[in-house]
Design a protein around this ligand. Structure first.
Ligand code: NAD
Length: 489
């Protein structure tokens, strides 16, 4: 282990756990090792499932007000520690410190919202068909939940799963991404310090995700898997879950379209698209991947988007003036470069000033790519088929001012196997309604409104998965409704 690195441990049954093996966590901006973390084998996952199963009866029986109080304490600790946890997040994931601290605060807000929702997991009584029977519907936690989270939002992805699961009365075994385990460990420390009973929340750090999923899939006490990550892994988990008929929520990849109509506030649209696109260096499942702009405003929009992209300061996210960090690894940079090269070869035009590319694009270590805007992009290009997951904004155009033209661009936007987020910019109210109804996506942002507040049901359709996180819908995903028909004799 290098001097200056910290040690990350798993949390199982309320105890911090080391392992014989450790793995290094690397700062993507510098290539330095920032932590050595316990590389847990399947025995630790099995122990964590035992702990979660043992803690379940006590946690689900605890009055909702008491569970809510513990969750509120955890949320408060997370918010209080946001500056330190944000620094940890930046060190292992790369995003600028301001974005990282913002993510921790948003994560705390999710926990707090779930804490409040704990007190509103209601049952029902239903009118019966006879005078001497009654019908009750009792909400019950699904049971032990296994969560698997990605590296791009390593705090908020954890709290978005934990919050609703704990609110419903479930206990949890969570495996964070091996690229960003320290953020999840910091969240786990908040929960441990808030006084959660041992075993209610368990964190297993490992570089062998497949072994983790084999254990949780094979154990009949695990009743639900909640996964966020790539579509390829999600599909595998769906297949594996069939044997034990487990419940699943899968939040998968995306390929978000943006529609900018001629009546939009063009400057606001460019600013909104720049925010959504370059946040987290484009490494978001909701990141715009096809920007359809009406030809009458395309020049103005593209120039403004390029101006905003060129003003972004790329570098180590821990530096105060940096507004975009590195990508997670060299493979991610190579993918952006492939999409740029393919588009340029097929006739697209680079609008931003900085040369696209890896190291040449600015910054040390080969993990940086400058924010890049391309004009003249067409639907057949690679960037319009694959999720880029990087800071590349491809601008396509559409023409006409008829309803057919509107239907046509919506059809182009819908031509994707994904269905997570879509963005629309227009000041025509009737168009907002028509287009909102016609777009086949789980989440729509109209005129730049935010996509992921805790009270909103976040999630996709089609290849972007199923299940919702956030809102009372998110808690519902962890609840079974038991129907009790009572004969009064
Ligand atoms: P990934 O699928 O490679 O990894 C996600 C998690 O799955 C990690 O914890 C990883 O260790 C684990 N994993 C990998 N192989 C596994 C296996 N065989 N069995 C069980 N677990 C396994 O995805 P990633 O690269 O970390 O994240 C990026 C992807 O996540 C993108 O496609 C992005 O769109 C998607 N994402 C979706 C949402 C959403 O809400 N829809 C949010 C964030 C990210």
């Amino acid at each position: 282990m290098k001097t200056g690195t910290t040690t990350g441990k798993a949390l199982v049954g309320g105890r911090w756990h080391t392992a014989a093996e450790t793995f290094a966590v690397t700062n993507p901006a510098t290539g330095e090792t920032v932590a050595e973390v316990a590389d847990c084998g399947p025995d630790v996952t099995a122990e964590a499932v035992d702990a979660a199963a043992s803690a379940l009866p006590g946690w689900r029986a605890m009055p909702a007000h008491e569970r809510a109080a513990i969750m509120r304490r955890a949320a408060a600790l997370l918010a209080e520690r946001a500056p330190e946890i944000g620094a940890t997040l930046t060190a292992e994931q790369g995003k600028p410190l301001g974005e990282a601290v913002g993510e921790v605060v948003a994560g705390a807000d999710h926990l707090l919202w779930s804490a409040e929702e704990t007190r509103r997991v209601y049952g029902e009584t239903i009118p019966s068909t006879s005078a001497d029977t009654r019908i009750m519907v009792l909400p019950e936690p699904v049971g032990v939940v296994a969560g698997i989270t990605p590296w791009n939002f390593p705090v908020s992805m954890v709290t978005r799963k934990l919050g609703p699961a704990l609110a419903a009365g479930c206990t949890v075994v969570l495996k964070p991404s091996e690229l960003t385990p320290m953020s999840a460990i910091a969240v786990a420390a908040c929960l441990a310090d808030a006084g959660f009973p041992p075993g209610v929340f368990n964190l297993v750090t490992t570089t062998r995700p497949q072994e983790f999923s084999e254990v949780v899939m094979a154990d009949p006490r695990v009743r639900k898997i909640s996964f966020t990550g790539s579509t390829a892994v999600g599909k595998n988990l769906i297949r594996q879950s069939a044997d034990d008929v487990k419940r699943l929520s899968v939040e998968l990849g995306g390929h978000a379209p943006v529609l900018v109509f001629p009546d939009a506030d063009v400057a606001a649209a460019a600013a909104g698209v720049a925010r959504a696109k370059f946040m987290n260096a484009g490494q978001a499942c909701t990141s715009p991947n096809r920007i359809y702009v009406h030809e009458s405003v395309a020049e103005e929009f593209t120039a403004e988007l390029a101006r905003l992209a060129d003003a972004i300061v790329v570098g180590d996210g821990s530096a105060a003036d940096v507004t975009m960090g590195p990508l997670i690894n060299e493979r991610a940079v190579a993918k952006v470069r492939r999409h740029v090269e393919d588009a340029l070869a097929l006739g697209a035009r680079q609008v931003t000033a900085r040369e696209p590319g890896g190291e040449a694009g600015g910054g040390p270590g080969g993990r940086f790519h400058p924010p890049t805007v391309l004009a003249g992009v067409t639907d057949d290009m690679l960037v319009c088929q694959e999720e880029t997951f990087g800071p590349l904004a491809p601008v396509l155009t559409f023409g006409g001012d008829t309803r057919d033209a509107e239907d046509d661009v919506v059809a182009r936007a819908n031509t994707t196997p994904y269905g997570l987020a879509a963005y629309v910019w227009t000041r025509d109210l009737a168009r907002v309604v028509r287009v909102s109804e016609a777009l086949r996506f789980g989440i729509l942002s109209i005129n730049g409104a935010p996509l992921a507040p805790p009270q909103g049901p976040f999630g996709g359709v089609k290849g972007s998965g199923y299940g919702r996180e956030g809102g009372h819908h998110g808690v519902e995903d962890f609840v079974e409704h038991k129907y009790v028909s009572v004969g009064l004799g």
